[in-house]
Design a protein around this ligand. Structure first.
Ligand code: MV4
Length: 509
């Protein structure tokens, strides 16, 4: 149920960890709101714990014993006198039962209603809702299909290839491409089995498979009373196994007319369900310029900063004010996109080992700054990265007046940045922004699969080996240049090897 009476919120518990917990704490502090962190045993020294006004232990490292235990989180909020809980993204952020339990405890859930989560969590109900709202959906069925013959009949009508999708799935889970009629029976049987096992719901529907699409999503804000605005689009087509890696705002693929059409469809989506708070309506854009509703994410998303930097808004503040019952703090007519922003997700993964997760202690974290650069980080030098959670360490967001300027700035920042202690994907980002299809904006969701070849990637040097190589290069360089005029030529420039290394790295540009 959406409340309209004002709700006092002067202390908020953040039911999350990592960079998003830090980002939420920062936004809440700027509003003069006290903050409560929760942490598992391995996160005792985590950045979000150090940043919050208060912190409450909630159990052992595994998320199922800590960050996913709603009762513990609600109990912590009640004990600390928090009036509200912000779930961030992931964990319990789209768990309707948790949302209801928070509100049943007399607390405010800073996010949508459980009802909105349910409608959009069931892809078939979402499709039906979109159709009645005049939002284009991919050609396919609005009911579950169980009979292979029926599925073949539908596929014959819409044309192969088709996609079998789990109604309870999302984010790429429970999807299977079917290229020909003879594959249908086994594909349907297997997809139903997987969906039943993964989601406890084996409802499967059929959609036309849009080949080589682009992923366009629209940020929306709803007041919970039937009014919503959009805050323009983001393009998130650089994904690996449905994990977004680089996002940007605006999309390089939208004309002003298409932008207006897609954003209007997103507002209709939000208003059709009286959506409350921040949400994202996902579309796929086909090569011929047609677009189709994919799903709605009923949470604040990882990539929200590119919208904040281009549209000049604070989405966390906006969410809190809606939760307070104060409505939407922005007017549609006042919002514009200005400039361009790219977000680079910094993962503790090794691109050379097929992005296998890497653990370790952050030895050096020196992400370059400068004009138009934002770093949302959940780690610091000396922090031991736990293996129990998502490997994303931080997000580097770079803004420029134009896309080319944002790309040039991104390249400068990525080359200047140093991260030691874990293997990471910063070199992957440098590679990606130099690819022709990225630079000209024509890339699709097939970008990584089509262009990145792990076998040709430089083997992930062990961090100390990498440092040694870097120092050796600097010493050679110093020797070649007569030691750069250091006071004590007999001593290699060990003290300033870091700066020389940076200089050596950037000079190689
Ligand atoms: C599709 C599609 C092509 N045709 N549906 C991926 C997860 C979820 N967002 C839905 N997804 C897709 N649905 C039809 N009918 C292609 C994808 C898809 C995708 C979509 C957006 C961003 C990245 C993607 C990666 C692979 C597949």
């Amino acid at each position: 149920m959406s409340t309209t009476s004002p709700r006092e919120i002067n202390k908020v518990l953040i039911a999350n960890r990592g960079e998003i917990a830090v980002r939420l704490i920062r936004g809440l502090k700027e509003m003069g709101i006290a903050t409560v962190a929760v942490y598992s045993d391995v996160d005792r020294e985590a950045l979000h714990v150090l940043c919050a006004d208060e912190a409450v232990p909630i159990g052992p490292a595994p998320a199922v014993e800590s960050y996913l235990v709603g009762e513990k989180i609600i109990a912590a909020a009640l004990r600390c006198g928090a009036q509200a809980i912000h779930p961030g993204y992931g964990f319990l952020s789209e768990n309707g039962a948790f949302c209801d339990a928070v509100e049943a405890a007399g607390l405010v859930f800073i996010g949508p209603t459980a009802e909105s989560m349910a409608v959009m969590g069931d892809k078939l109900s979402a499709r039906r809702k979109m159709r009645t709202s005049g939002v284009p959906v991919v050609p396919g069925t609005d009911e579950a299909v169980t009979d292979p013959g029926k599925a073949q009949e539908i596929a014959d009508q819409i044309g192969y290839p088709v996609l079998l999708k789990a109604s309870a799935g999302g984010g790429g889970k429970g999807m299977r491409i079917v290229n020909a009629p003879q594959e249908m029976a086994s594909a349907l049987r297997e997809t139903r089995g997987e969906a039943g096992a993964a989601f406890g719901n084996d409802a499967i529907f059929v959609e036309k498979y849009i080949t080589a699409p682009k992923h366009i999503e629209v940020q929306v804000l709803g007041d919970g009373r039937g009014h919503a605005i959009h805050l323009f689009e983001r393009e998130c087509s650089v994904q690996r196994r449905h994990q977004k890696v680089i996002e940007e705002c605006p999309s390089p693929s939208l004309t002003p007319a298409l932008r207006e059409e897609i954003c209007a469809a997103a507002v209709r989506t939000a208003e059709a369900i009286s959506y409350r708070g921040a949400g994202t309506v996902e579309f796929i854009l086909a090569p011929d310029g047609s677009f189709f509703f994919l799903e709605m994410n009923t949470r604040l998303q990882v990539e929200h900063p590119v919208t904040e930097m281009v549209v000049g808004v604070d989405l966390v503040r906006a969410m809190v004010e809606v939760a307070r019952g104060g409505g939407i703090i922005y007017r549609q007519e006042d919002l514009r996109q200005r400039g361009w922003a790219l977000e680079f997700r910094i993962y503790a993964e090794d691109p050379g080992r097929n992005f296998a997760p890497s653990i370790g202690k952050i030895a050096t974290l020196n992400i370059a700054g400068g004009p138009g650069v934002r770093l949302d980080s959940g780690v610091y030098e000396g922090f031991a990265v736990p293996i129990h959670y998502d490997p994303m360490l931080a997000k580097l967001i770079v803004w420029g007046e134009t896309r080319d300027l944002a790309l040039a700035r991104s390249r400068r920042v990525l080359r200047e940045s140093v991260l030691h202690g874990v293997t990471h994907n910063l070199p992957f980002h440098l590679w990606a922004i130099d690819q022709p299809s990225f630079r000209d904006g024509s890339y699709t969701t097939h970008f990584v699969a089509d262009h990145f070849d792990p076998s040709t990637w430089l083997p992930g040097l062990a961090d100390d080996a990498r440092t040694a190589l870097l120092q050796a290069a600097v010493l050679c360089e110093a020797g070649r240049r007569g030691n750069g005029g250091d006071a004590n030529p007999a001593q290699p420039p060990v003290g300033n090897w870091h700066r020389n290394a940076l200089r050596a790295m950037t000079r190689n540009t």
